[in-house]
Ligand binder design. Sequence first.
Ligand SMILES: Nc1ncnc2c1ncn2[C@@H]1O[C@H](COP(=O)(O)OP(=O)(O)OP(=O)(O)O)[C@@H](O)[C@H]1O
Ligand SMILES: [Mg+2]
Length: 629
Amino acid sequence: MMGAGFHGGMFWRREQKGPTRVSRELLLRVVSQFGPYRKQGALALVVIAFSAGVGLVSPLLIRAIIDQAIPSRDFSLLAVLSLGMVITPAFGGLLGVLQSYLNAQISQRVMFDLRNKLYEHVQGLSLRFFTTVKTGEIMSRLNNDVSGINRVVNETMAQSVMQVLTLLSTIALMVSMEWRLALSSLVMVPLALAAARPVGNRRFDMQHVSQRFQADMTAIMQETLNISGFVLMKSFGREAYERTRFSAKNRELMNIQISVSMLGRWFRMLLQVLEAAGPAVVFLFGGYLVLNGEMSLGTIIAFVALLARLYGPLSQLANTQLEVMGALALFERIFEYLDMKPDITDKPGAAPLPSPVRGRVAFRDVTFEYTPGRPALSHVSFEAEPGQLVALVGPSGAGKTTTTYLIPRFYDVTDGRIEIDGQDVRNVTVASLRDGMGIVTQETYLFNTTIEDNLRYARPDAMHEEIEAACRAARLEDLIAQMPDGLHTVVGERGYRLSGGEKQRLAIARVLLKDPRILILDEATSSLDSQTEALIQAALGPLMEGRTTLAIAHRLSTVLAADKLVVLDQGRLVEMGTHRELLARGGLYAELFEIQFKPQLTEALKAPANGQPTNGPAVPLVASRGAVG
Ligand SMILES: Nc1ncnc2c1ncn2[C@@H]1O[C@H](COP(=O)(O)OP(=O)(O)OP(=O)(O)O)[C@@H](O)[C@H]1O
Ligand SMILES: [Mg+2]
């Protein structure tokens, strides 16, 4: 829209849209963020207008002193006028304090709203968003970009209004005093303003790049300075590489920040020269007018005082324009996120899943593509009756995890449909759908808080007895008894202070507490020692009891206990039946069984000799599950 000469986009590339200019749309949208605070805003404007007016009083007082009080030798008038020169700035100062207060109120509230809005919005986005974006990038927008707005609103937007008002009122007063002198001292103003524009556009671009570098850096920190990334970096000895990568981004950031702060500096120098030249013009031309008897001496002095009020705001205003444009770049980045449409939403008028949930899960000719044209699942149909255990088996990358993601609508099917109790999952509310479902993921995620808090995440209002019962069922009570703080032991970042098996059992206890009708279980692939394996197996027994379970099976016990095995290969359902039936068929499952499950049989047979816990259904080779429903 402006500054056509800077359209090159040499500073930043944007994949989809290309360089964006400050558009009307963007401006309107930014302004609309302030809508809820228009009362405070209006009040702030009134205060600003008063401050601008107050500033005009002093030059008028000066003129009165020189043209009236001194020539008429009226000392009392002189004293009153001088006193006025002290009182007016003091009053102006008070107004300034009030103005700062109002600014802070408005800007902090707008940031508060934006942060909440952003968090809520990003939370509502689907898994697809999180698999395509870097976490650090999100953090950066929530932190850096939103805080950047504060500076702008507080220092810049209000100031620019103040400066415009000061400029206009000063010019008006100058013109009314002596229009010819005013004109001669204002000649340079339009020139200065015109020069500000391209500088502003350039600054806008650079601000954008700078924010991107900042986000990149946050992403590197995020990726390498968390436990998993740290271990990875250390184990592959890539510290130097990461340091170089970080330092390269850091350097780019530094360079661009230096350019940003230097940009417009020449322009400001030009203004400073103008500032000095102004009074010279006034004395020269004004002096000529005084000599000709066309103007009073007081007017010259008042003009010089007014000029100081003119060039000050002018140079700041040019600066303000740059700041505002930089801020618009920040707003633009924030809006970019806010504009992403959540793709998993409730249909208009969607009703909750009818309760009680019976737990019948059906895939009907389901096809799903992560990337268009490359199906991860094709034409998959199967059913899980209430209370049944259905095991998904198949080689790596067959689409097992994908299958489980579709049920709670982490993604929506591309074709076909998934039904729960005969209801298409897309027709019921997402909240009710997920409410009736429990998911134990392949990798256990824990928050860095106490064991109890992690468990309560499933049900904040759980009674203490219920938590203890869940821990007992998940075979956690011995572990907790050993810990110095028991249930109040902090598990560390992502639960790193617990072993893999302990984390899994904690995850099982967590889902037990939620007590869902439908359970989705992605069994961990990592092989555990036989004792831990037995403990987890024992924990899983009560978990599957009386629920429809869809398990991605990596354990022999699971496939043996399953009512039905669904064998996937390259996104297709290739076999379906019980373990016995499929083994007899001699197909893919029989093959997988030989490689994946059979070795566990020999393991399991050895296990009891090692003094396995005998309580509970440990290693239920052929688990006796009370099928319900
Ligand atoms: N977010 C994603 N974007 C694009 N493709 C994906 C995504 N997630 C998975 N895929 C692809 O979809 C296919 C199925 O993946 P899925 O995770 O369902 O396999 P899996 O059967 O669970 O394998 P494993 O036993 O190794 O966990 C794979 O080819 C995988 O590369
Ligand atoms: Mg998987």
